[in-house]
Ligand binder design. Structure first.
Ligand code: PMP
Length: 288
């Protein structure tokens, strides 16, 4: 495997960075996770735009322009002969000293890993996921805006640990007022009749790129798609619940905190959105 690191493609074993890199010392950096399907990179421009937005907010200068980044991603796939892949695009503050002053970091570190996609087990999609809400609240936008896709994922990791400790695979995180935000690496949706609802970004959720694609597919299916404040009560009484994310795509949810959702099996709206999403990935993308 060849990894792009600061301007060169190097062997995986040579793709190493300094222990003084602030991406490691402080989680000071930003990233994107991207998918390619049969040689088409899904929503590549949207991912690169989001990377630049995260970088702008944390005042990190990405050492390449947008077009150059697009090309590095495409090259990473070509050089590794990958058509169906998961791509990790990372920019860190770079090497500095032991203090957190970002001015000491003279050159950002940029790397791109393209690897075979680790698919989630099929039974997750066949049977659906069981979720629990956890005590760890989602970061509030006023302190650390979840729109910044930063290398510091401890908020999400703490929630994930709670879910795992309780015997579950994934956690629902709430806002400080107890509203539903998102899961540790996926957005959440509720289906109620012909309504397709998902929490608004201001409550503290990442504006997922899959979330947006699914909202557009829902509108095309003439669903009433809305961003709305959701409580756990809304989840418990939904017809269907599902999660969206680049890696997971669309995952049906069949129980929340021990309450069965709808019929307790993946529902028809979730299934039809999964079908439309699969078709979209076949036609919508930047060619490798
Ligand atoms: N929420 C969080 C916290 C995430 O980390 C992610 C992606 N990894 C998502 C939602 C889903 O976003 P996307 O559809 O852009 O992958």
């Amino acid at each position: 495997m060849k990894v792009y690191l600061n301007g060169k493609f190097v062997e995986r074993s040579k793709a190493v960075i300094s222990v003084f890199d602030h991406g490691l010392l402080y989680g000071d950096g930003v990233f994107e996770g991207i998918r390619s399907y049969s040689g088409l990179i899904f929503k590549l421009r949207e991912h690169v735009d989001r990377l630049f937005e995260s970088a702008q907010t944390v005042m990190l200068t990405i050492p390449l322009g947008r077009e150059a980044i697009l090309n590095v991603v495409r090259q990473s796939l070509r050089i590794n002969r990958l058509r169906d892949a998961y791509i990790r695009l990372v920019v860190t503050r770079g090497e500095g000293d032991l203090g957190l002053d970002p001015r000491k970091c003279k050159r950002p570190t940029l790397f791109v890993i393209a690897d075979k996609i680790q698919l989630y087990p099929q039974r997750l999609y066949d049977r659906g996921l069981e979720l629990i809400t956890v005590a760890t609240q989602r970061n509030v936008p006023e302190a650390l805006n979840p729109q910044i896709k930063s290398l510091n994922y401890l908020n999400n990791i703490l929630a994930k640990i709670e879910a795992i400790n309780a015997g579950f695979e994934e956690a629902i995180m709430l806002s400080p007022s107890g509203y539903v935000t998102e899961c540790t690496g996926e957005n959440i949706f509720v289906v109620k009749g012909r309504q397709l609802l998902t929490p608004p970004p201001y409550i503290g959720v990442l504006r997922g790129i899959t979330r947006k694609a699914v909202m557009d597919l829902g509108k095309a299916q003439k669903l009433d798609v809305r961003e709305e404040i959701l409580t756990r009560h809304d989840l418990f009484n939904a017809d269907e619940v599902f999660l969206t994310g680049t890696a997971a795509e669309i995952v049906p949810v069949v129980t929340v905190d021990g309450r069965r959702i709808g019929s307790g099996t993946p529902g028809p709206v979730t299934r039809s959105l999964q079908r439309d999403f699969r078709n979209l990935t076949r036609i919508d993308g930047v060619r490798v």
